[in-house]
Design a protein around this ligand. Structure first.
Ligand SMILES: Cc1cc2nc3c(=O)[nH]c(=O)nc-3n(C[C@H](O)[C@H](O)[C@H](O)COP(=O)(O)OP(=O)(O)OC[C@H]3O[C@@H](n4cnc5c(N)ncnc54)[C@H](O)[C@@H]3O)c2cc1C
Length: 355
């Protein structure tokens, strides 16, 4: 399915429910009332107002890091655009954004758009990635770059954008291990468009100060019911942590919805709750705590570096309560483990064992 087809399938399902949908309506403030319920302030073409509720699910997605976030030097001509915005302009408005395109960063949306630009008749001159490893999925490197002979330059980046009214070119250079530019490799490439795919940031401004946020994911800290530290506020999808594919977002959203409903009807989960702890090689874990009980619970995470022929282990009170062998583990790929709740008797460490 394409993105628009996937979205449409869910829109049709939503139409069959009694859920009220307010389009062009922005939530601009959430207030917690003394009785633990909430006032959600909204603004729309019909004016400002508020909704009172016992429970909220945060699903605001993420935003793309713009040029300023990577201190991109040069003038500010037309033709510097983020990959998601380019995707939106092509998919929803039917306009092409340029003819000779340089892509900065190897995030998945940038890789997917490289192929799309090629198919729409543009020349994609190259993808420049500052790190030595791509940040997008290997599948996308193969299917979106290699299959179309689009070069991927690792350890190289754009130093400067050239052009006054419209982009005329970029200056690129390799980077040293300390991320300074290797000026001996500096060269100019003529192009009319620079597309940025340099990371996504969960869109949590609305709740910063209200719920606790993780300094690693920039998303809320949640338990395995996807509830934040504020009872009644749940979080899921890209606003919680950046996902690679929409399928995982949907699965997580279904759980958050189910648990928010359960909270409204029966209050919070009263089972004993234990922490999840990052062990060797694991950069972050979602959720941050797990309830004991029956059935299985999913823990999602990313590793900090590439591991080959490794074993993922879930450890509780010194005992391995779950493990999975992996040929390769990549920082670009979200990993998951299913843990048997009956075995959760204390905090759970997730770690990578090499060899
Ligand atoms: C640019 C981009 C392209 C992607 N392409 C693919 C793809 O092709 N295939 C794939 O499998 N995955 C793709 N992904 C991965 C992505 O993780 C999922 O596809 C998915 O869309 C994320 O769902 P979400 O509901 O968390 O966020 P979103 O789909 O981003 O939805 C968040 C919504 O919240 C709204 N919102 C934000 N703040 C407020 C507010 N204050 N008040 C009211 N509404 C608000 C936004 O307008 C938006 O409609 C892509 C991700 C990005 C960022």
């Amino acid at each position: 399915m394409t993105g628009p087809e996937y979205a449409d399938a869910w829109i049709q399902k939503l139409k069959q429910t009694k859920v009220q949908v307010f389009l062009e309506t922005m939530v601009n403030k959430i207030e917690r009332k003394p009785d633990g319920s909430f006032k959600v302030f909204v603004i729309s073409p019909n004016g400002a107002g508020y909704i009172e509720t016992k429970s909220i699910i945060l699903a605001m997605g993420c935003r793309e890091r713009p040029a300023a976030a990577i201190s991109l030097c040069g003038t500010r001509p037309v033709g510097v655009i983020t990959a998601g915005t380019a995707q939106k302009i092509i998919n929803t408005q039917g306009h092409m954004i340029g003819k000779k395109i340089v892509i900065v960063g190897s995030g998945d949306v940038g890789l997917i758009m490289a192929r799309r630009f090629y198919c729409e008749g543009a020349k994609v001159l190259g993808v420049y990635e500052i790190s030595q490893t791509p940040s997008g999925l290997n599948r996308n490197i193969v299917q979106c770059l290699n299959d179309y002979n689009i070069p991927l330059h690792l350890g190289e980046t754009v130093m400067e954008v050239l052009g006054k009214d419209r982009v005329k070119g970029v200056v690129v250079a390799k980077v040293n291990p300390d991320y300074s530019f290797d000026l001996s490799t500096k060269r100019t490439i003529a192009c009319d468009t620079v597309v940025l795919s340099v990371g996504l940031v969960p869109e949590n401004d609305l709740v910063s100060g209200l719920v606790d946020l993780s300094s690693i994911t920039n998303g809320a800290i949640v338990d395995d019911n996807y509830m934040t530290n504020v009872p009644g506020i749940f979080s899921c999808g890209n606003v919680l942590h950046v996902h690679d594919i929409v399928d995982d977002v949907t699965f997580e959203a279904e759980l958050a919805g189910e648990n928010a409903g359960e909270y409204v009807l029966n209050g919070r989960n009263k089972q004993k709750n234990y922490k999840t702890i990052t062990g060797n090689g694991v950069r972050y874990l979602v959720p941050s705590s797990l309830h004991a009980g029956t059935g299985f619970v999913q823990v999602k995470f990313r590793v900090g570096k590439i591991f080959r022929d490794a074993t993922l282990c879930a450890i509780c009170n010194g005992e391995i309560i779950g493990s999975r062998k992996c040929k390769i583990l990549l920082p670009a790929q979200m990993e998951q483990m299913m843990i048997d709740r009956t075995k959760i008797k204390g905090d759970v460490v997730i770690e990578v064992r090499e060899g």
